[in-house]
Write a protein that binds this ligand. Structure first.
Ligand code: BTN
Length: 266
């Protein structure tokens, strides 16, 4: 079912009981990228909590310069603007927090348990159901904003994925065998994210890392991590207190990684 933009935006806003998120909701039939628009709003001093939702994206972006396939009436494509008063090197907690909140919402709906893949993919049955793209912008006066972009494969049937994604992507509809109401899911996602963000501002990142670790099956697995042209292989051991991946190489040396692209091979 397509969204009904005006009434859906009003509906989300009226029914959200959030402290930070949903100060404004922009709901559009089509946009190049919800992250791009949220960043534009940030430059123009938009308030924290702005949410941009689109039915489809013509230039949906993923990590590492990839495209996020964003056709109408199937997926959720949204971006949230946050302005935590943090040093830039603490902003990686926001990425992990977004992953923890989104997987919790997905697990409320999914008949099969989802897993986080560091740093911020969500998989079910080893296939990708959701990707997160967190981007930082710096405004005048040196304050930082973070845009959390979330793309969820909700109601796609297998034929609707492009050929190159058919083997690696799944949707909640494929997993559950029945379609999902995207609006209800968006409300639940924003509510969970708001609660986790509020808790993080009060308590710090410790519990974010703890919750992230409870939602992954990565540790103890053989992985290779690609960083630019370098590939490091080893066993994924843990996340450190800053959310970086601890990778034990075959020579016993622990490498701590703050970014990269993981592939599992064991
Ligand atoms: C990835 O898996 O590489 C991240 C994908 C992020 C996609 C979302 S869809 C909403 C927001 N707008 C974008 O252009 N990208 C993010």
């Amino acid at each position: 079912m397509p969204y009904d933009y005006e009434s859906d935006a009003a509906n989300i806003k009226e029914n959200l009981n959030c402290l930070h998120i949903g100060s404004d909701i922009v709901f559009l039939p089509e946009i190049d990228s919800t992250n791009n628009l949220a960043k534009e709003y940030a430059k123009n001093n938009a308030q924290e909590g702005l949410v941009v939702i689109a039915e489809s994206q013509t230039g949906g972006r993923g990590r590492m310069g990839r495209v996020w396939h964003s056709p109408p009436e199937t997926g959720i494509y949204l971006s949230i603007l946050l302005k935590p008063n943090l040093k830039p090197d603490h902003l990686s907690f926001i990425t992990l927090l977004a992953g923890v909140s989104t997987i919790s919402t997905i697990n409320e709906i999914s008949r099969q348990r989802a897993n986080l893949k560091w740093p911020n993919d969500i998989l079910i049955n080893d296939k990708k159901v959701c990707g997160l793209l967190c981007e930082m912008t710096q405004e005048q006066g040196n304050s930082f904003s973070v845009v959390i972009g979330i793309g969820i494969n909700v109601n796609q049937v297998p034929e609707q994925f492009p050929e190159d994604l058919k083997k690696t992507a799944t949707s909640l509809r494929i997993v559950n065998g029945s379609p999902i109401n995207r609006l209800t899911m968006i409300r639940s996602l924003l509510t969970t994210l708001d609660r986790e963000y509020h808790f993080f501002l009060a308590e710090g990142g410790h519990s974010v890392i703890k919750k992230w670790k409870l939602n992954t099956d990565l540790f103890g697995k053989k992985v290779s991590v690609k960083r630019g042209s370098i590939i490091i292989t080893g066993t994924a051991m843990n996340l450190d207190e800053s959310g970086r991946l601890v990778l034990r190489q075959d020579n016993g040396h622990d490498e701590v990684l703050d970014s990269g692209e993981i592939t599992r091979y064991g």
